[in-house]
Design a protein. Structure first.
Length: 508
């Protein structure tokens, strides 16, 4: 798996596509992601759907390149196209501020949801650009003041490390584009995978990653005969220092998190993603350049007890989204498998956690329904054998697969099962989800050894968007009930959360 990423990167750099100017990262709202799925499935939009964020200009260019007129169907494809273009251009050109007033309680964080178990304030500037021939630059400034993300701990009031409030540069980015590639520094969220409720490797439940990386500046079909069969594709690699409060004695505090993803659409009906991540370094751990090289190339991992220490903790795997044949309706099926990145003679992942989903569009494209099941125990695939164990934990990084003490993958954490039924009504701008399942450790955040709320889970959440005089108001209510454990911090067996998010454009 690791050698495949290196090979593709070398081929892609050698056969890079035509230059596309720099632009800041774009993560669509849930409404815009719905519209993009309509356009990909029914209008031939040359874009990937399971890899966010993408460079904003690449999404805009794909939308502008759609052939005219768009296919004549019951779906308002032209309206979908214009809605996404409006969102992209609004974010590029309009600075804005937001306030989320929310009761301090935990919840199940899905796509395009704020993980903060409490209230927060944020602001973002307009995008600024500069170009000089083959080199271009784009950037944006952002900031977020939020209540402490670890819902299992109780902290004193104040702003700063170890206090109740934290100030972060979330939404900031600086992009230098050259020869078809973006060199970037950022503080941003990511969503890797086809799911609407969960990502098994890099989702919305944790703090924004403050990191540096390289990403292909567009999603177009490559001019190289070696890579043209990919169809629309993107490649992304980054490294970030984790926010890593001490939650257990002896943890390797301050580790580096690195992620890489290749997403391709080799057929109009098929999208495939390959993802890999690893935790590296930290207090008391090997952290030199050679050690990082070993981690990057997957060397010295999964060693036997008594051997020298592993170079890293690695997670890798695959996902796919398949559009249904037209005669079966406007549906798609998707899956994601993430497991340990293997060592030894066969360098492939194994012992998979798994995600399975079905989505369907009804009401002439006005409603999208999805059913999604996630199992974060491993191995969880029917044909895999061996004893099951909770995912997202290991014996070296005892704080788990976390950032800011929050699960980086699915919000229900390792060893859990979750079934989600989602209903997205685009016409009336609301999304409703029902949950049932089992939580092994804890919801949202993780503190080893703490008897946090867990067990059988039931829940629901509803969010709605109301536009009024240029202001977007988004009221929300969510409830989760867990059957076992003790209340810890604001993470309780019965979590009721109500909130109101307001986004206001800032005009000169």
């Amino acid at each position: 798996m690791k050698f495949f990423f290196v090979l593709i990167l070398l081929l892609a750099v050698k056969n890079s596509s035509a230059q596309q100017g720099a632009s800041t990262p774009y993560m669509p709202s849930w409404q815009a992601r719905h519209y993009l799925a309509l356009l990909v499935d029914h209008a031939g939009l040359a874009l990937t759907l399971t890899h966010w964020p993408l460079p904003g200009r690449s999404v805009e260019q794909a939308l502008l390149s759609l052939p005219e007129p768009l296919p004549d169907s019951e779906l308002d494809l032209q309206g979908a196209r214009l809605a996404v273009l409006r969102e992209i251009r609004h974010r590029q050109r309009s600075p804005n501020a937001g306030a989320q007033l929310r009761s301090r309680a935990e919840g199940l964080t899905g796509y395009d949801e704020n993980y903060t178990p409490g209230s927060s304030l944020r602001a973002a500037s307009e995008e600024f650009r500069w170009s000089d021939g083959s080199i271009s630059f784009a950037g944006r400034l952002g900031a977020k003041l939020e209540q402490k993300s670890n819902s299992l701990s109780t902290l004193p009031p104040g702003v700063g490390e170890g206090k109740l409030y934290q100030l972060r540069p979330e939404g900031s980015s600086a992009i230098l584009s050259w020869n078809g590639w973006n060199l970037q520094s950022f503080s941003q969220h990511q969503w890797w995978g086809p799911g609407w409720q969960s990502s098994l490797i890099n989702g919305s439940n944790n703090l924004a990653w403050d990191g540096v990386g390289i990403q292909r500046s567009n999603v177009s079909i490559s001019e190289s005969p070696w890579l043209a069969w990919f169809g629309p594709w993107n490649l992304d690699f980054f490294a970030a220092r984790a926010h890593d409060p001490r939650v257990v004695a002896g943890q390797p505090k301050g580790f580096l998190y690195s992620g890489m993803r290749l997403t391709i659409r080799p057929r109009p009906w098929l999208e495939v993603g390959l993802s890999r991540s690893f935790q590296f370094g930290g207090q008391g751990r090997p952290a030199g350049a050679k050690d990082f090289s070993n981690a990057l190339f997957g060397q010295k991992v999964n060693r036997d007890p008594g051997d020298p220490p592993d170079s890293s903790n690695q997670v890798a795997g695959y996902d796919a989204r398949v559009r249904c044949p037209i005669k079966l309706g406007r549906c798609a099926i998707y899956t994601q498998w993430m497991g340990e990145d293997a060592a030894g003679s066969i360098p492939l992942p194994y012992k998979f956690m798994s995600l399975w989903g079905l989505e369907n569009t009804v009401g002439n494209g006005r409603v999208r329904i999805f059913v999604e099941y996630t199992d974060t125990s491993a191995p969880s695939l029917p044909w895999e054998t061996g004893s099951r164990f909770p995912g997202f934990t290991n014996g070296v990084y005892t704080q788990g697969y976390t950032n800011g003490a929050r699960w980086v993958g699915s919000a229900q954490g390792g060893g859990s099962q979750l079934l989600t039924l989602g209903w997205m009504n685009i016409e009336h701008q609301y999304i409703m989800k029902l949950f049932v399942g089992n939580v092994f450790y804890s919801l949202g955040a993780f503190s080893p050894g703490l008897e946090a709320p867990h067990g059988r889970l039931r829940g629901l959440s509803v969010r709605k968007t109301i536009s009024w005089s240029g202001v977007d108001l988004m009221p929300e209510i969510s409830w989760t009930q867990l059957s076992e454990g003790d209340n810890a911090g604001v993470n309780k067996r019965n979590n009721m959360r109500v909130g109101l998010n307001a986004i206001v454009p800032i005009t000169p």
